[in-house]
Design a protein around this ligand. Structure first.
Ligand code: PEP
Length: 242
């Protein structure tokens, strides 16, 4: 295990800039107390509207002025530029200072009818622009379909998160054994060293098991990423794995 990822997906939260700033500052402040290691990458994915106003910028990223935290976005559009009212380009995100982008989250597949073909376009654009994609899946077929026509050297850059739909936001996390079985299937397709994550009702009580028992390279966290103390506990548990 070379590196672990802890990704906070804020989804459509919080509902005001003031609260978003409060959450961001609180995580940044507490994160200062965590033993620094390049082996754990902590990525926050706030809603688009807060990215710039939270002080996220390419120069801030260069200076690592989020105190070691890294910024990602929750989505991007499937075209790089053009007349697409209301959409956000991967290039805008990259230019703003984002390093990662979540693609194909099950909520986007369900509520916005995102298909594997659309997700494939988004992956290609993110890779071309230089954003690291975090591809969310809950079926093995979504890996091959989403990665169609993507070259092996680029496939290596895609982090793949297993998120069983029934476990997302329900408080019913997947058992370690079942998660491990799915992880083994993912590694058969992707290669044994490919970074794979688990997501679905992760908290500080169950987090470590997905690394130690199920063999994942990190966690994609929704609800618990909105609770700074709980999120920090999970980060500390990941740092302790090394
Ligand atoms: C998610 O948003 O991807 C997620 C896994 O949410 P939660 O941790 O709340 O289940």
């Amino acid at each position: 295990m070379n590196k672990l990822f802890v990704i906070g997906n804020w989804k459509m939260n919080p509902l005001s800039l003031k609260k978003a700033k409060g959450l961001f500052d609180s995580i940044k402040r507490d994160f200062k107390s965590v033993k620094k290691t390049k082996k754990v990458e902590v990525i926050l994915c706030p809603p688009f509207v807060y990215l710039a106003t939270l002080g996220i910028s390419s120069s801030a990223r260069r200076k690592a002025s989020y105190g070691g935290l890294v910024i990602g976005s929750q989505n991007c559009f499937l075209e790089e530029k053009g007349a697409f009212t209301g959409e956000i380009s991967a290039l805008m995100l990259k230019n703003l200072g984002c390093k990662y982008v979540i693609i194909g989250h099950s909520e986007r597949r369900k509520y916005f009818q995102e298909t594997d073909a659309m997700i494939n376009k988004k992956l290609k654009i993110a890779l071309r622009i230089g954003l690291i994609p975090i591809l969310c899946i809950d079926k093995i077929s979504q890996i091959k379909n989403g990665m169609k026509e993507i070259l092996g050297k680029d496939i290596k850059k895609i982090i793949v998160a297993y998120e069983p739909i029934w476990a997302i936001g329900t408080g019913k996390a997947c058992g370690y054994k079942e998660a491990k079985e799915f992880n083994v299937l993912m590694k058969k397709v992707l290669g044994k060293n490919h970074p794979t994550l688990y997501g679905g009702s992760v908290n500080s009580k169950n987090a470590s098991g997905y690394i130690k028992e199920s063999g994942f390279h990190g966690l994609l966290i929704g609800g618990a990423s909105l609770k700074p103390k709980e999120f920090l506990k999970i980060i500390k548990l990941m740092v302790e794995q090394f």
